[in-house]
Every structure is written in structure tokens, then in C-alpha cells.
Design a protein around this ligand. Structure first.
Ligand SMILES: CC(C)(COP(=O)(O)OP(=O)(O)OC[C@H]1O[C@@H](n2cnc3c(N)ncnc32)[C@H](O)[C@@H]1OP(=O)(O)O)[C@@H](O)C(=O)NCCC(=O)NCCS
Length: 173
């Protein structure tokens, strides 16, 4: 049975591995973004190693939730202080930093369930609008966020090493 629960520091290795795998499967293998190998390697090393993941798990201003089935983490959501480049945004606002579902668990409702959990927490614990940065070509994720009231509020370039991904800034509220 799959349960949704807050993630703990012990989850850092699994969350890092799932994050790295899902990023590569989605953006490199799926969408075919031609990241130069050294930029991809530099990005994965900062974003998806257990050390950096553990740091944010220990930060009281950051929240992580995991969908777990018998010890295996199938999906996670990560919320933190908003950092996107938009003139209305302040660090007191919250941002959905990542919502990742393992490939064989996609399409089963885990993304929606984790997003609902994250949004409930954001509504209860932070004030002001809620924010998400999403790759401009990721229509599936954009449809999901639109369903929960997020609207496009801007665009920016998200660095993956020295490569820049064109992203949309989404806002709710
Ligand atoms: C995008 C993602 C979070 C959605 O989570 P999920 O668990 O697969 O999706 P759910 O089963 O909760 O379904 C959510 C919606 O997506 C739709 N959907 C699910 N799988 C789909 C697919 N393969 N193709 C198109 N739409 C799909 C569902 O029909 C549902 O639509 P609805 O809200 O109109 O009913 C997940 O697929 C994922 O992690 N993808 C890879 C990483 C990623 O892109 N993350 C978002 C980055 S910002």
C-alpha cells in the first residue's frame, strides 16, 4: 500500500537517486534537451546528491513529502521559500521546487496527491501567492498545475550548468 508522509533525513539517498533518475529520464531521454554532458553532470552533482538533499531536508523552512510503498519511495514533492525572478515575489512566499514521480509509478494519481498535500501545507503555513517554475515544454506538468489554479506569470532562464532552460513562472493567488 502506498502512503504519503513527510520525508525524513534518512530518505536523502533515495530522494537524491529518484530525483536524478527522473530528471534524466524526463528532460534528457524524454524531451531530448541537448544538455552538454559537463553541464548536466555539474547540475546533477549539486541538485541530486544525498548531501545537498539532506541539507534541505534539515532546513526547517523546507518541506518534503514522500509517497512510499514498502520502503520504496515512488514520488516526492519539495516546497521551500520562493526564489523565482518575479517582481511580485518575496522570500516569504512559498514555491513548489520539485514534484517528481518515478517512471513506473506515473499516471496513477501520485502527482496529484502530492501536489494537493503540498498546496494544503502552503495555504496553511505561508502567506501571499504560491509559485512554481516549470520547463516551457513540459505540457503535462503545466496541465496539472493549471488544474489547481496556477497561471503563467512570467518566464525566465533556469541554469543547468552553463546551459539555460527556458521556463515559465506560474503563480496561484
Ligand atoms: C508530471 C507528474 C508530476 C504528474 O504526476 P503523475 O502521478 O504522473 O500524474 P497523475 O496520475 O497524478 O495525473 C495528473 C494529471 O496528469 C495526467 N497524466 C498522467 N499521466 C499522463 C501521461 N503519461 N500523459 C499525459 N497526461 C498524463 C492525468 O490524466 C491527470 O490529468 P487530470 O488532472 O486532467 O486528470 C509526473 O508525471 C512526473 O513526475 N513527471 C516527470 C517529472 C516532471 O515533469 N515533474 C514536473 C516538473 S515541474
Amino acid at each position: 500500500m502506498t502512503i504519503l508522509r513527510p520525508a525524513t533525513p534518512d530518505d536523502a539517498p533515495q530522494l537524491a537517486a529518484l530525483g536524478k533518475r527522473t530528471f534524466v529520464q524526463t528532460f534528457v531521454e524524454g524531451f531530448g534537451i541537448p544538455y552538454p554532458p559537463e553541464d548536466l553532470a555539474a547540475y546533477l552533482a549539486t541538485a541530486f546528491e544525498p548531501g545537498p538533499v539532506l541539507e534541505t531536508l534539515l532546513d526547517p523552512k523546507e518541506m518534503w513529502w514522500a509517497a512510499e510503498d514498502q520502503g520504496r519511495i515512488l514520488a516526492f514533492a519539495h516546497v521551500g521559500s520562493a526564489r523565482l525572478p518575479h517582481p511580485d515575489l518575496t522570500p516569504e512566499h512559498s514555491e513548489l521546487k520539485r514534484l517528481y514521480v518515478d517512471r513506473d509509478a506515473q499516471g496513477l494519481g501520485l502527482g496529484r496527491a502530492l501536489l494537493e498535500t503540498a498546496l494544503e501545507w502552503m495555504d496553511a503555513h505561508t502567506t501571499g501567492p504560491e509559485w512554481i517554475g516549470v520547463w516551457s515544454g513540459n505540457l503535462k506538468a503545466q496541465r496539472l498545475y493549471a488544474h489547481y489554479g496556477f497561471e503563467k506569470a512570467g518566464e525566465y532562464d533556469y541554469p543547468v550548468g552553463r546551459w539555460l532552460d527556458h521556463e515559465f513562472i506560474l503563480r496561484r493567488g
